[in-house]
Design a protein around this ligand. Sequence first.
Ligand SMILES: *Cc1c(COP(=O)(O)O)cnc(C)c1O
Length: 381
Amino acid sequence: MNNSKIWLSSPHMGGNEQKFVQEAFDTNWVAPLGPNVNGLENDLENYLGSESYVGALSSGTAAIHLGLILLGVKAGDEVICQSMTFSASANPILYLGATPVFIDSESDTWNLCPIALEEAIVDRIAKGKTPKAIVAVHLYGVPYKVDEINTIAKKYNIPVLEDSAEALGSSYKGQKCGTLGDIGVLSFNGNKIITTSGGGAIVTKSKELKDRAVFFATQSRDDAPHYQHSEIGYNYRMSNICAGIGRGQMEVLDKHIALRREMNSFYIDLFKDIHFVKVFQTDEEISFSNYWLSAIEIVPNNEYGITSESLRLALDAANIESRPLWKPMHLQPIFSNYPYYGSDVSQRLFENGLCLPSGSNLSDEDKIRIKKAIVRFFEER
Ligand SMILES: *Cc1c(COP(=O)(O)O)cnc(C)c1O
């Protein structure tokens, strides 16, 4: 039997990507602008609906950076951020010289806990500073508690930066993720649900804001024949080559989401009789998840040697990649000195959770190998 590496999430081309890239070469649009950039932005705007405006950028991280700038974050400000996330949600706060204030997760969606969020806002205001923005994340494609978070954000008049890097195609009460906050962020990195090899996008509610983001992303050039600058500029625009890959990927996005969701059903079925494991799921009554990554939570059992790490090692021995959940930011050396509100929900998830192979390109043979390795791990214990 073939024993090649089974990856967590690898690029999956649809077929037309090279056609769009070839067009870029044929017309010599080999630049950080051009018809593919406009085309991808159009495709995304149509896909997201809700009168959204999309600016294609060089990465999701760049989109978060520009999003915070658009929300007026400056040096010395405080910005609230979900602790359990990828570091790219938080790093741009530091780029701006602002201070992150980290918040625990709740155990339903693993995302921003509304109770800890409000507690933090009240306490920061009492200490003399109203937070400038809230960075909320849809982890692994599962939407956060949007109504609860937006209600609190409105109550204190603080804008939400919606980090939807993992959630393109997910939705909450029928509305697409990326359009649920004041500003949305998408990522097309190599391991995301669709890829442009590297890239991202900012989603805004007005054309003026989108134009402002693109202005910053193209070195903040004032309207003049020479190079004239009144504001700090960035080189964050997406290249027309990468955007060509993105246009091809948009043609297969919904098909690939269906396949990721099939992987999630595969794990639900696989673990239904294994009581030590709970597969992470969204509340289907309220929201729809793209299940970018399928994740599980293990009830550790030291007597049997069942931990997320022992399962990870067993899968690794079978050449199957799995990965611990995001390590919360308040536990990271670089962020450990910033304020944190909540208890130990995200820490426990980190200790007991695992992401399993979830790609839309996994074969039936891959699934058989994954199932065998997991069943053997639990039978041996
Ligand atoms: C991937 C990711 C990002 C960053 O996107 P890049 O395109 O890799 O810069 C930000 N936030 C989250 C939650 C992510 O998963």
